[in-house]
Write a protein that binds this ligand. Structure first.
Ligand SMILES: *[C@@H]1O[C@H](CO)[C@@H](O)[C@H](O)[C@H]1NC(C)=O
Ligand SMILES: *[C@@H]1O[C@H](CO)[C@@H](O)[C@H](O)[C@H]1NC(C)=O
Ligand SMILES: *[C@@H]1O[C@H](CO)[C@@H](O)[C@H](O)[C@H]1NC(C)=O
Ligand SMILES: *[C@@H]1O[C@H](CO)[C@@H](O)[C@H](O)[C@H]1NC(C)=O
Ligand SMILES: *[C@@H]1O[C@H](CO)[C@@H](O)[C@H](O)[C@H]1NC(C)=O
Ligand SMILES: *[C@@H]1O[C@H](CO)[C@@H](O)[C@H](O)[C@H]1NC(C)=O
Ligand SMILES: *[C@@H]1O[C@H](CO)[C@@H](O)[C@H](O)[C@H]1NC(C)=O
Length: 517
């Protein structure tokens, strides 16, 4: 929505007739102002449903869980998350990706019997530091009382116990922040440290500015005989732009490109934490940590709630290291037209250097000859590796766990978004691994038959019925606030989810239009 404000700074009185013209044409103008690429090179992408292949005592349905990966044992870790009852959880699960078996780890007797308090929407990341530490780091998050936490924990991948990181300088208390770390970032062998970023997020009822960026440096030793010797130091990073918007609940990733760290945050929510349905902005922000600069390119996909972001770790093309994949989430179909993309597993490829978007429809997982895709879902946990996480295809995998679908069902599904080692730059094109064109499914799918389609337009705002007449009672230039959309007298459209909150926050485009500049 901020985009509309920038595009339409009306600082002069406008006759209401002109205003009505602008209102009715704004969705068209906005759509044409956005750009979409239909020939950006992307890897051949395919969704694969692992859910039915998993055995063992796995987690129930969870949203906003913490996810990580132990490369030495090929274990996926799931910690915490919000249960279907809306309650933060504190369990730890491991999924052995070689046998596709879930288990609940038990700490050895000689290690401290402790684990992090329940939480969801934490920042997490990998801490692989040679023989010093091999673990999964969990930072902050939303605790049992709904309040933000500021503690940091690390799960030891080797001996399966949790240790609380001893923090020597105070840091932020937030949940649903942007940040994390890129697993490709080499650890600092001199200081024996790894670092993590946290930007923005909810400090309670309100979100805090993305300009509030913190760096946590973790050092020390984590092992079963030295379980309490991990330390953390917070320092504040000062970006050049100190007035980035307050955002929590963005789709987010920290991406290393060359030697530069970028925090990428797409969309999110700037108001209360109670109605996640209100988190419906689409604006991307890219913060280059090393130069302290930022960009705010135009959005193209429908603004999502609870979408996930994954770096493109495929190495088939050099340009892939500037790409992130925007996945899943839900959107308000009464406000946005997405041409059915999300229902067909749409993956949006965002080049965070160029600020450009491609909307890609990947291949699906064929069941009885029909491709299947993950349904739209909020708060799915994602982890990407530059190699296959299951099977042995020449590919890089992003694994996806849980979430809450558009009807409010919490999920425990596990999917893989596989990026085969190849390049496509045209709809339905074939590539070196296309083979005989017979699409395969399951973890051993090797790319045969996989192609993609480029969507040809950005999502567009649905113009609200404007013939209500009631808004003529508002003088757009004398009001210092956006008019309340509840008094426009518009019928409440049918929505895929809680319209009552979405409708309020996703005020019609016209509300932003008549904001004074
Ligand atoms: C994914 O697999 C699970 C388990 O077989 C199944 O219940 C679910 O419907 C599948 N999802 C889709 C979209 O096909
Ligand atoms: C966490 O918050 C408490 C209470 O505000 C404060 O005393 C403590 O220093 C904070 N710890 C960190 C690591 O920021
Ligand atoms: C580590 O910390 C835990 C919790 O404070 C404590 O119970 C345990 O004794 C400590 N272990 C060592 C080896 O210091
Ligand atoms: C800082 O970012 C905000 C939000 O994108 C933008 O409106 C503002 O112009 C930026 N300020 C500077 C000095 O770049
Ligand atoms: C959020 O929910 C809490 C508890 O249900 C309530 O006290 C608070 O007023 C709500 N805040 C908003 C902004 O709705
Ligand atoms: C992927 O493609 C790149 C470039 O063609 C090549 O160097 C690399 O070896 C390939 N990796 C795999 C696993 O096939
Ligand atoms: C690609 O193939 C699909 C399915 O066969 C078809 O519907 C679509 O029109 C094709 N697109 C292009 C650009 O050829």
């Amino acid at each position: 929505m901020g985009k509309d404000r920038r595009l339409w700074p009306l600082s002069h009185p406008v006759a209401s007739t002109t205003l009505f013209f602008l209102i009715s044409s704004v969705s068209f103008l906005q759509a044409s102002a956005q750009s979409i690429s239909t020939n950006t090179p992307v890897p051949p992408l395919q969704w694969i449903n692992l859910t039915g292949l998993l055995t063992g005592p796995g987690p129930g349905p969870l949203k906003d869980a913490s996810i990580g990966y132990d490369p030495a044992h090929q274990d996926l870790i799931i910690f915490g998350g919000e249960s279907a009852q809306g309650i933060p959880q504190a369990q730890t699960y491991l999924l052995d990706l070689q046998t596709l078996t879930w288990s609940q780890p038990t700490a050895p007797d000689d290690t401290p019997a402790q684990s992090p308090p329940a939480r969801s929407a934490a920042i997490s990341g990998q801490d692989l530091a040679a023989s010093y530490r091999n673990g999964h780091v969990v930072i902050g998050g939303r605790g049992n009382d709904g309040e933000p936490l500021n503690d940091t924990w690390e799960f030891d991948y080797t001996n399966h116990f949790w240790s609380q990181v001893k923090i020597t300088t105070p840091g932020p208390s937030v949940f649903a922040a942007a940040g994390g770390n890129d697993p490709r970032t080499p650890f600092d062998a001199t200081a024996l440290s790894n670092f993590f970023f946290v930007a923005g997020g909810f400090t309670g009822e309100k979100a805090t500015s993305l300009s509030n960026i913190w760096k946590l440096t973790i050092a020390g030793t984590l092992s079963s005989n030295l379980p309490n010797l991990t330390t953390g130091t917070w320092e504040q990073i000062h970006p050049n732009n100190q007035s980035l918007p307050a955002v929590g609940g963005s789709a987010t990733a920290v991406v290393l490109q060359g030697s530069q760290q970028h925090v990428v945050a797409v969309g999110g929510c700037d108001t209360s934490t109670n109605s996640t349905a209100a988190c419906a902005q689409g604006q991307p922000y890219v913060i280059d940590i090393d130069t302290s600069s930022n960009t705010a390119p135009a959005n193209c996909p429908a603004p999502r709630i609870g979408a996930s972001l994954a770096p493109n770790l495929n190495t088939a093309s050099q340009s892939f290291d500037q790409q992130v994949f925007l996945l899943l989430g839900t959107f308000d179909s009464s406000q946005w037209q997405d041409d059915g993309g999300l229902d067909q597993g749409e993956v949006d490829v965002f080049n965070f250097n160029a600020g450009t978007w491609a909307r890609i429809l990947p291949a699906g997982d064929p069941v009885d000859g029909h491709p299947t895709f993950p349904s739209p879902r909020e708060g799915a946990a994602v982890f990407s590796l530059g190699q296959p996480l299951v099977g042995s295809a020449a590919a890089s995998d992003t694994i996806v766990f849980g979430g809450k679908d558009a009807t409010g069902n919490y999920l425990s599904e596990v999917w893989v978004l596989r990026a085969y080692n190849g390049t496509i730059s045209q709809s339905n094109a074939t590539w070196s691994g296309f083979g005989n064109g017979q699409l395969q499914g399951g973890p051993s799918a090797n790319g045969q038959g996989v192609t993609i389609q480029y969507m040809s337009s950005c999502a567009s705002a649905i113009s609200q019925p404007s013939g209500t007449g009631s808004s003529s009672g508002h003088s757009p230039t004398s009001s210092s606030k956006p008019p309340s959309p509840t008094n426009t007298g518009q019928p409440i459209p049918v929505s895929r989810f809680d319209t009552s909150t979405v409708h309020k926050s996703l005020a019609p485009v016209s509300a932003a239009l008549i904001l004074p500049a």
